[in-house]
Design a protein around this ligand. Structure first.
Ligand code: ATP
Ligand code: MG
Length: 417
């Protein structure tokens, strides 16, 4: 299938908002084993959008259009579709009623421009919208299907999941193409090393396509297997996935639905532990990532962002002598921070981060980008890992948070740090 995306909105072409709909759609389409042939981004310009719709319809089998279905005059996608395919715009009475009821249920007054959102090109298949106001629809032109979805990312995603992606899967399966996607998410391994480890396995799996993606601060391997049935595709994909996980060992932390934080918390939960965090250079980044995971409040007791040396002493009990002798960026300080937060919080396991995010140094022997991460508790000796990254300030902070999460995960799984 040739698939194209058309992302519209002045907010995109002016740089006020960066596109997330295109990337999301492409990743969901890739999960079905298809790829997007072309992304087009256009501002709110009726002529340009109409011209692009016509051109895309002549090239592609499927076009997904995002944005411009709203109530305001700069929302001109319906008019552009009408101009492109020589149709009239008509008000869909069922959609008008849906919008009226939506407003009534929110206690809001319908303004005439909201009625604009019930307009669709004549002859379109009306999808409606269970998640917002704008009316989504499909236009068929020649051999091409054009899906018009709202620009609001949440609405676009829900509608795409509900109608577009399930339909696409059915369409592929009707053609006898069954695919299975598996993602192996990894941390603390370079993309080149990941590729080097996986490449020798591929020969024995000719029906599986493979690629790596650098998803900073992590890397992923993606596998798409094809087969004559859903089971056949799944069996092929899982056979390779098993070998890959075996070869990669501890660096492979999860699959598509996992994040490093969810993997760490999952491991901690399986132990029945509680966790606490002490952060210097990341100042709360690691705890915030743990808190992104639903249910974190059962497991995360809390964290301290001890940026200043004085707070490392007063809040974590790091001794002034140690700080004077070793400095706040040191193996000894990381160890004392982790043991301090462990003792003070009553957690079962704790992690601490200290380091130099840069760009400046601290006058010590450590260059910017140096990080010490310590994990304490969980029935094993405190362990400290030293890393040095040649990255910018915030990349170093993100790498440090990932390292800390990984140390927690490994400790809870009984893997070496
Ligand atoms: P409505 O106006 O009813 O919200 P719409 O279909 O008209 O829906 P837009 O007006 O184009 O959508 O965009 C609505 C919101 O969604 C805006 O805040 C915009 O910044 C955001 N948005 C639109 N397109 C994208 C995109 N490709 N990626 C991320 N955000 C987007
Ligand atoms: Mg709008």
């Amino acid at each position: 299938l040739r698939i194209e995306l058309l992302l519209t909105g002045d907010e995109l072409t002016s740089g006020a908002v960066s596109d997330s709909n295109g990337g999301w759609l492409a990743s969901r389409i890739a999960a079905l084993g298809e790829r997007v042939a072309r992304f087009t981004v256009l501002g709110d310009d009726l002529e340009a959008v109409a011209g692009e719709l016509r051109a895309a319809a002549s090239r592609a089998d499927l076009v997904v259009v995002s944005g411009g279905l709203g109530p305001t005059l700069d929302d001109l996608t319906v008019d552009a579709a009408c101009a492109a395919f020589e149709r009239r715009a008509v008000v869909d009475p069922a959609q008008l009623e849906r919008i009226r009821q939506r407003f009534a249920s929110l206690g809001r007054q319908l303004t005439p421009n909201n009625e604009r959102q019930a307009r669709v090109p004549e002859g379109a298949e009306v999808l409606g919208n269970d998640f917002g106001t704008a009316t989504a629809f499909v236009v068929r032109h020649g051999g091409c299907e054009l899906w018009f979805l709202p620009g609001v990312p949440r609405e676009l995603r829900k509608l795409a999941e509900q109608k577009l992606l399930s339909g696409l899967r059915e369409r592929l399966e009707a053609e006898g193409v069954f695919r299975c996607l598996r993602v192996v998410k990894c941390v603390r391994i370079a993309e080149s090393h990941l590729d080097h480890a996986i490449a020798p396995l591929l020969q024995r799996h000719p029906h599986v396509r493979y690629g790596t993606i650098a998803a900073f601060p992590e890397v992923q391997a993606r596998f798409v297997a094809e087969g004559g049935s859903a089971d056949a595709a799944k069996t092929r994909c899982e056979a390779l996935e098993r070998e890959v996980r075996q070869v990669l060992g501890a660096v492979a932390y999860g699959g598509e639905a996992d994040t490093l934080a969810s993997a760490a918390l999952g491991a901690i939960r399986s132990k029945g532990w509680k966790v606490a965090v002490a952060e210097s250079l990341t100042a709360g980044l690691l705890s915030a990532q743990l808190a992104d995971v639903p249910g974190a409040s059962d497991l995360l007791l809390g964290g301290m962002a001890t940026y200043a040396t004085g707070l490392k002493e007063r809040w974590l009990g790091v001794s002034p002598e140690l700080l004077a002798r070793e400095g706040p960026v040191s193996e000894a300080c990381a160890r004392a921070m982790a043991e301090g937060i462990l003792a003070r919080s009553g957690a079962d396991v704790a992690v601490a981060l200290t380091g130099l995010a840069g760009p400046g140094g601290d006058g010590s022997e450590h260059p910017p980008g140096t990080v010490f991460a310590a994990v304490a508790g969980g029935g094993a000796h405190t362990h400290v890992v030293r890393e040095r990254w040649l990255l910018g300030r915030n990349e170093v902070r993100r790498m440090a948070a990932a390292l800390g999460l990984d140390l927690l995960r490994r400790r809870a799984l009984g893997l070496p740090a």
